[in-house]
Design a protein around this ligand. Structure first.
Ligand code: ADP
Ligand code: MG
Length: 353
């Protein structure tokens, strides 16, 4: 093996191949495969019950897969017990030890690994500083706010230098403002440490804000893998589009290179390579302009408007299809019940799924 190839193997990180896991009749995982490079932050995104926590349990070694392989840098982890995998875990209900102070909570993993006292104290102080809690060592955990407790839990997970940190919906229990702040901080901490991480969430905003790549899961399978931009710009299925809140889906037909939908028939470059037949068409929420802008024009009736700060979300009925579009709040729009004439470019507005 040459040097480059060897380095590549060493940098490979986590590999998961064709994992299956059932609980009785429940098929929790049905052939999941993906990889995490060292230093990469991957978000595992999917609705409740799709198998995210089960996957973490398998990677951590707390459960055994029915089928499939988990590896680190190309070596199988099969048969390696949890404490020998050097992976860290952090949960939503962070389960700090209530009878221990902050420092003892953070030292927990280091004690388990028999660190020497002096080295352990230095590492606890260093980790607490990293999460912005310098000077908290002697504090009783019951006197901490929710956000502070969450940071202690993060410090506890990071202290033993895990080669992979797995976080299972860690911010789910916190209020929105705190969640957003901690999310930004968490991203900064993980990136500063070049920490390899797998972040589990059902919230696409969290996944997009934090991750280098997102693995979208649906019913025990991977639905799509890509960067946040790729997944948002090009969802590859109706499930992913709807899960991301891109719910404007129309039934369509491709016939002789033309796309036929309720809201019109379009000749669009690229689609002629697709076979004739039924398709689903996603209409982007930000694709509609006012009359005169765009190559196509269409009439609609405004059915409802919701003010969302910088944007206004407007429901518009076009030829019997009810679609939702976003306009900058300053856009002058007709009233609810009135007709609006819209302009758009089909290449930009439509994605065929
Ligand atoms: P998520 O974390 O995405 O919400 P889970 O991995 O917790 O999903 O669960 C996936 C499926 O497996 C669910 O249907 C759940 O009820 C089932 N499941 C998970 N763990 C167990 C278990 N220990 N025993 C029985 N069923 C389980
Ligand atoms: Mg879960």
């Amino acid at each position: 093996m040459n040097f480059e190839h060897k380095m590549e193997q060493l940098m490979r990180g986590l590999s998961i191949a064709n994992l299956h896991k059932s609980f009785g009749e429940t098929l929790a995982l049905r052939g999941v495969s993906f990889e995490i490079a060292q230093g990469e932050i991957v978000a595992l995104l999917g609705p409740s019950g799709c198998g995210k926590s089960t996957l973490l349990s398998l990677i951590a070694g707390l459960e055994i897969p029915d089928q499939g392989e988990i590896g680190w840098n190309g070596a199988s982890l099969g048969g390696i017990p949890p404490h020998k995998r050097a992976f860290g875990l952090m949960f939503q209900d962070y389960m700090l030890f209530p009878h221990k102070n902050v420092g003892s909570n953070v030292a927990f993993g280091l004690e388990m690994a028999h660190w020497a006292q002096g080295k352990m104290e230095a590492r606890v102080a260093e980790t607490l500083e990293m999460v912005g809690l310098s000077g908290y060592t002697k504090r009783d955990v019951s006197t901490l706010s929710g956000g502070e407790q969450q940071r202690v839990a993060l410090a506890r997970a990071l202290a033993p230098h895990p080669r992979l940190l797995m976080l299972d919906e860690p911010l789910g229990a916190l209020d929105r403002a705190l969640r957003e702040r901690l999310l930004v901080e968490l991203g900064q901490i993980l990136r500063a440490m070049k920490q390899t991480a797998l972040y589990v969430t059902h919230d696409q905003e969290e996944a997009f804000a934090l991750a280098d790549r997102v693995v979208v899961m649906d019913q025990g399978q991977v639905a799509q893998i890509g960067t946040p931009q790729e997944i948002y710009r090009r969802p590859t299925s109706v499930f992913v589009a709807q899960f991301l809140g891109l719910g404007n889906i129309l039934a369509g037909k491709i016939h002789n290179g033309k796309l036929q939908t309720k809201i019109g028939e379009f000749e669009i470059g690229g689609f002629e390579t697709r076979k004739d037949g039924s398709v689903s068409v996603m209409v982007r929420p930000d694709a509609m302009r006012l009359e005169g802008m765009g190559s196509h024009q269409v009439n609609g009736i405004i059915c409802g408007q919701v003010f969302r700060g910088s944007l206004c979300r407007v429901q518009i009925e076009i030829q019997g299809a009810l679609l939702t579009f976003e306009f900058p709040s300053a856009t002058p729009l007709p009233k609810t019940g009135e007709t609006i004439r819209l302009g758009f470019d089909p290449e930009e507005a439509f994605l065929i799924l």
